[in-house]
Design a protein around this ligand. Sequence first.
Ligand code: 4AD
Ligand code: MG
Length: 478
Amino acid sequence: MFNKRVKISTLLTSATAGDQVTVMGWVRTFRNNQFIALNDGSTNNNIQVVAELGKFDDNLLKRLTTGASVKVTGEVVPSIGKGQSVEIKAGAIEILGDSDPEKYPLQPKKHSLEFLREIAHLRFRTNTFGSVFRIRHSLAFAVHKFFNEKGFVYMHTPVITASDAEGAGEMFRVTTLDLDKLPRTEDGAVNFKEDFFGRSTNLTVSGQLEGELAAMAFSEIYTFGPTFRAENSNTARHLAEFWMIEPEMAFHDLEDNMNLAEEFIKYIIRYVMEHNADDLTFLTQRLAEEEKQKPQNERSEMGLIEKLEFVVNNAFERITYTEAIDILLQSPAYKKKKFQYEVKWGVDMQSEHERYLVEKHFKKPVIVTNYPAEIKSFYMRLNEDGKTVAAMDILAPGIGEIVGGSQREERLDVLEEKMKKLGVPAEELWWYLDTRRFGSVPHAGFGLGFERMVLFVTGMGNIRDVIPFPRTPKNAEF
Ligand code: 4AD
Ligand code: MG
């Protein structure tokens, strides 16, 4: 019976000498024809299984290769070796699945992250990815815990939509039409009336618009699901498929929105610090090793855990877009012409500007508010000045934008005018406008890019390494 199995994490924390146990896992290493380092993914710490010399058949021992899966039954004994307090004296060893050492790509040595991306189906079995994905799990769990404790309703917004929530036009089309024989209308356009949904549809870029509908009934909701963007950005921060958390709250203004976002981010980081101490310690050491390879002036001042502690214990800086532009214009970097992109009121800040504000100037997370209306989405609330909107972006050290949000335009006439100006089709969004027709209320919300959050908490450098199977331009393997 498999259910008698004890997890290695449990065993290492609560087994006592003399216990009879069964463990199962994958062989990390087998040394001196005697010592098996066994891992089952519950922790990076392996259990050492000792196969006493002479007790087991040579044919069995030969099959104890890196990557093989085994079942071991034996007695827990105090360990005399370094690095563990207990080990298992094997009574019985059963090979569940062989692993040909000549062919198994994961050798017990350090592999590059680039190489591991090519074998993403096996990289879960490494310490780095073990830690990253256990932390990813904890963050996801903490997201639900946070909102559940606050009484938010979890809404499942559709993955297939007919609208472009962000109005950015970076969508993946969904169709069942035969691409070799596209049906045409009289004027030669593709006839989507013959498509599966009888109209043109896409994968969603955001659940916000539907989330707003639900917030107009439940007061406070959140979504947590996959979103898709066909932006051709091959960077360490962009994915074509990423997960987003989008709370939407009635009776909230911009300040309430910022307060919630800051509290939320701190809560989920704290959760990981409390529940994934081993994994964070491992990743902190890993990062410190990596930093050693860098020139002195590029190294970060804080270690990973230190950085997380700093973030949960200090208030985020809050500045307006106008103040941010002023700081950039006054900066030594600007004066020395170090910025590649233009800095002036009205431009969309580039990553180099965001990083300057967060990493050089404030050295902490920064919330930038009240952006020019022209560079933001149609649904953001127009401020009194008539030229800025009640938007907020949260910028994190080493990451850049991690949250984008706003107070929403709840005034029907202002919203309709804005949509007309930006060419957002009001006929198609009749249902969205209905919320402004029937009991409209001030409301606000934001979107947290989940992978960017995982990047921040794990200290990993590339977003491809914090999602199990990354989707990026020209890459959809696995
Ligand atoms: O700023 P964005 O585009 O905002 C929205 O989608 C709003 N509808 C959110 C809302 O108010 N409900 O995206 C939100 C966040 C970004 O701050 C970023 O963290 C992440 O989503 N993000 C991406 N993450 C990975 N890859 C991409 N291509 C991303 N695009 C956005
Ligand atoms: Mg944004």
